[in-house]
Write a protein of this length. Structure first.
Length: 380
């Protein structure tokens, strides 16, 4: 399979999962079933505002995908691998450039759309002038960095360890603790999925090998629970139960005045906790394997942070199976709903990946020659 097909599959698959999950985000699995029966298409209204033209629903994707698009632009601009200081060109794009935001149906700075933990990128690294290598310290610990780091995995295609290191280095300007760890493991999974002829079990094994602390335990717990699933509708209950010791997210994701000031360790740094989105995505990939659309629908219908779960499933499976696994009619509908030329964006990233990997190859060859000379001098 061509690199181009796998990059297209990853970016478009992630956007599709984001768009499918967006209108039901924050609902429980039971609420989704009661209101929708089952979400399997892009023709879904938001559970609150049922507009065909504005807000979430009807195929419009969210900040998950918009941040991916900006990060692709950062790679194109820098022409090389990222570290924490690469947050500054990202911030310039977030704050000072207007882009089309499908939910609002207008061009605007993306920072005006972002959830508060993603706005923290600007607050911490620019307004507060933190060292970007610790810029994520103090942020709400969530999946906000992991959700858009698929380009890191794609640029490091076939090198999960390199993807993990680069994701941790870059996302340290945005996240901390298990939010940062999830970003590294997610990038490693995407890089692994880009490897020719890799199996789904090998991708999952790389996720486990890459992960640390609570993230590793959460992934192991959910993968060990997969055999307990007797039928597809059991997945949300089985998977959420497996994640209980590592996540306090629960079904109630609505912010209310009654919650203000209550003592809690939720979303605070911890070595024993994990975000839910990545383990959930891996659980559905383990259960449905190469069935792209069933895995995507399963993750979206599991409830809670449905757009990010869908985004991660779509990206990893899209990178593994390629664009051929995705229904062309859904791709067309996705492009029309959002007005972004996703295939062109993916192809431009493919060109960037090839240039970066060619540079990496030259550096590796030069280093190999140097080390060979040093070894010969020692032996001599």
């Amino acid at each position: 399979m061509r690199l181009q097909d796998k990059v297209r599959g990853a970016l478009i698959g992630g956007a599709l999962g984001d768009a499918m999950g967006a209108p039901v985000e924050k609902l429980s699995a039971e609420e989704i079933q009661r209101l929708y029966g089952k979400v399997e298409s892009l023709d879904i209204p938001h559970f609150r505002v049922k507009s065909r033209t504005h807000g979430k629903g009807y195929g419009r994707f969210t900040d998950d995908t918009l941040m991916v698009i900006l990060l692709c632009q950062v790679y194109e601009e820098l022409g090389g691998h990222l570290d924490a200081y690469a947050v500054f060109p990202l911030v310039r794009k977030m704050v000072f450039e207007e882009i089309w935001v499908p939910e609002y149906q207008k061009k605007m700075p993306l920072i005006e759309r972002l959830f508060y933990p993603e706005k923290y990128i600007f607050l911490s690294n620019c307004l507060a002038n933190r060292d970007p290598r610790s810029g994520g310290v103090g942020n709400m610990v969530n999946c906000g960095a992991a959700m858009y780091l698929s380009p890191v995995g794609l640029v490091n295609a076939g090198d999960p360890e390199g993807a993990y290191r680069e994701a941790i280095a870059f996302a340290s300007a945005h996240q901390t603790s298990y939010g940062l760890e999830a970003a590294g493991v997610y990038a490693a999974c995407v890089a692994a999925a880009m490897t020719p002829e890799i199996t789904v079990d090998e991708i999952l094994a790389i996720a486990i090998a890459s992960a640390k602390d609570g993230t590793k335990k959460a992934i192991l717990s959910i993968l060990n629970a997969v055999p307990e699933v007797k039928q597809p509708d059991d997945c949300p209950h089985v998977f959420h139960k497996a994640l209980e010791p590592f996540s306090s997210m629960g079904d109630d994701l609505q912010r209310s005045p009654e919650k203000i000031g209550l003592p809690t360790d939720n979303y605070a740094p911890s070595r024993t906790k994990s975000i839910e989105e990545l383990p959930m995505a891996l659980g559905y990939i383990a259960y449905y394997r190469e069935d792209f659309h069933k895995a995507l629908a399963g993750g979206v219908n599991s409830g809670r942070d449905t757009d990010s779960i869908g985004c991660m499933i779509g990206t990893i499976l899209g990178a593994w199976l390629g664009i051929q696994a995705i229904d062309p009619k859904m791709v067309e509908q996705l492009v029309q709903a959002n007005r972004y030329p996703l295939t062109e964006i993916a192809d431009q990233l493919t060109g960037t990946i090839l240039r970066i990997q060619e540079t990496d190859q030259r550096k590796a060859e030069a280093l190999h020659t140097l080390r060979k000379q040093l070894c010969e001098e020692v032996k001599g």
